[in-house]
Design a protein around this ligand. Structure first.
Ligand SMILES: C[S@@+](CC[C@H](N)C(=O)[O-])C[C@H]1O[C@@H](n2cnc3c(N)ncnc32)[C@H](O)[C@@H]1O
Length: 240
């Protein structure tokens, strides 16, 4: 059984995830930085640096949300970044942000499903995704499609939460993620489920070696996992 935000509803994971992000889109950026104490910004910076040597000119940011990973990727000096997401609410917030920052001519935010990307094979120099893959309804399908649209030799860089395994980080993480974060998240976002879905979806996610195995299965080579901040998150890299 897939972990979904609204267990009482009969709709599928994709529909529920889009609904949840629509509900919290107005508070997403604030909550993200507040609940992570700004560490999420450092994680995105670190991930983008891994593409520095490749100088990708055409980048696809899957599950772009409000576009923070796409914004960070501007440091690579690309010609174009396409951001796709299934949540109209998140995209709307993102589009306003891009316009305000005067980068909407480089970052193109579009409605799009990671499991059915509307791009030809071998279109992008790099594909990236931050905190998105855990929300995919069909993880392998999403990763295969990211692999399909990246050019041969191009890289995919993924950031996702993972579970710290060691004392005392494991205990601290569990306390914060399962007791503190759902209360603050619910109060500020006004969504009943979004911040209980977060730890539940992290628990159900195949992190570390399990994720590397899936990357390899869908065709990636030179796969690598780099744990961040005591293993709370990880960067995964694969090459086509
Ligand atoms: C936690 S947010 C991450 C947003 C952004 N990447 C960031 O770093 O802040 C996850 C996003 O994944 C999107 N998402 C989930 N499943 C998706 C899918 N199948 N295709 C495209 N986007 C998806 C959600 O709508 C949401 O905006």
């Amino acid at each position: 059984m897939a972990v979904v935000p609204y267990k009482e509803k009969e709709s599928g994971k994709k529909e529920q995830v889009a609904e949840m992000f629509n509900n919290i889109s107005h508070r997403y950026d604030f909550l993200n930085h507040f609940l992570s104490l700004g560490i999420d910004i450092l994680w995105r910076k670190k991930a983008v640096k891994l593409l520095q040597a490749d100088q990708p000119k055409q980048i696809l940011d899957v599950a772009t949300g409000t576009g923070d990973f796409a914004l960070e990727a501007l440091s690579l000096n690309p010609d174009r970044i396409v951001g796709v997401d299934i949540s109209a609410g998140m995209l709307e917030m993102g589009k306003v942000k891009m316009k305000k920052k005067g980068v909407d001519h480089i970052i193109d935010m579009q409605m799009g499903d990671s499991e059915k990307l509307l791009f030809d094979d071998n279109t992008f120099d790099a594909t990236i995704v931050a905190f998105g893959v855990r929300n995919f309804e069909n993880l392998k399908k999403g990763l295969s499609d990211m692999h399909r649209v990246v050019k041969p030799g191009g890289k995919t860089v993924i950031i996702e939460f993972s579970r710290p395994r060691r004392f005392p980080m494991k205990q601290l993480y569990n306390f914060y993620f399962k007791s503190i974060l759902p209360i603050i998240g619910k109060l500020i976002s006004k969504d009943q489920s979004a911040y209980t879905y977060l730890p539940e979806s992290v628990d159900a996610f195949p992190d570390g070696q399990d994720f590397l195995d899936i990357l390899s299965e869908v065709g990636y080579k030179k796969i690598e996992c780099r744990p961040l901040t005591f293993g709370i998150s990880s960067i995964y890299i694969g090459q086509k």
